[in-house]
Write a protein that binds this ligand. Structure first.
Ligand code: CDP
Length: 227
């Protein structure tokens, strides 16, 4: 039974690194950012006014979300529909901070995240009770502050913009990086108003991936877990 918590800003590589760590250790994997993205899609598709905090909270409480926690093939279903691609659309990326800064939404999604973590620490979950790697913005500090290992994955602004630009535009030339800059930095700034993920909290190990390749970053996180 183990819980590994990984937080980090946009483009830090936390999703791909957390998936690889979970696969290596035979653990389940939970992408909490995908849950905030799904909540945003649910509200947008349902015509909920994102500025109406009470209406958004009400909609999210009723959201039929199913998270698949296999790190080799994580899934996100909303009312039975596979929304893995839809939650990455620009429309969702630009609106997600507005939904994620709604405190009632956060309370609801944290409750669901803790339920997934508990299920993986009991026999019968995907991992057969082995445990889980959960990643996001507030896992090390609020969702699972008692996790066995807690890591803040950081990277320089330049490295984060280059990675996100490659993901979204398939290129990292100057104009692609510029197109990514506004969205990523604005989201980091907006998210920072409710989650503290820019500086490691007490007892949280920092892994700076700016000058590490993917495998080196995975190894650095595994080294923290082994401590
Ligand atoms: O695209 P990126 O990897 O930066 O973000 P993500 O992990 O997909 O998360 C999308 C959004 O969900 C973030 O920008 C936050 O607004 C929100 N989020 C959050 O508030 N708390 C978390 N634990 C995870 C994500």
């Amino acid at each position: 039974m183990v819980v590994i918590a990984v937080d980090g800003p946009s483009g830090s590589g936390k999703s791909s690194v957390s998936k690889a760590v979970a696969a290596r250790l035979g653990l389940a994997y939970l992408d909490t950012g995908a849950m905030y993205r799904a909540a945003t899609l649910w509200c947008v598709d349902g015509g909920t006014d994102l500025a109406d905090q009470a209406a958004v909270a009400y909609a999210v409480r009723g959201m039929p979300l199913e998270m698949g926690v296999d790190p080799a093939a994580p899934t996100v279903h909303l009312g039975g529909r596979d929304v893995a691609a839809a939650i990455r659309a620009t429309e969702v990326s630009t609106a997600v901070s507005q939904v994620a800064t709604n405190l009632e939404v956060r309370a609801e999604l944290r409750r669901r995240q803790r339920a997934v973590i508990e299920a993986e620490n009991a026999p019968g979950g995907f991992s057969g009770g082995q445990g889980i790697v959960a990643e996001g913005r507030d896992i090390t500090t609020v969702v699972a502050p008692d996790a066995d290992a807690r890591v803040l994955l950081t990277a320089s602004e330049e490295a984060r913009l280059r990675r996100r630009s490659l993901e979204v535009h398939g290129a990292a030339d100057a104009s692609a990086v510029e197109a990514t800059r506004d969205q990523v930095l604005r989201r980091d700034r907006d998210d920072s108003t409710v989650s503290q993920f820019q500086v490691a909290a007490d007892g949280v190990a920092t892994v700076d991936s700016s000058d590490l390749d993917f495998d080196q970053t995975v190894d650095a996180v595994l080294a923290v877990v082994a401590q």
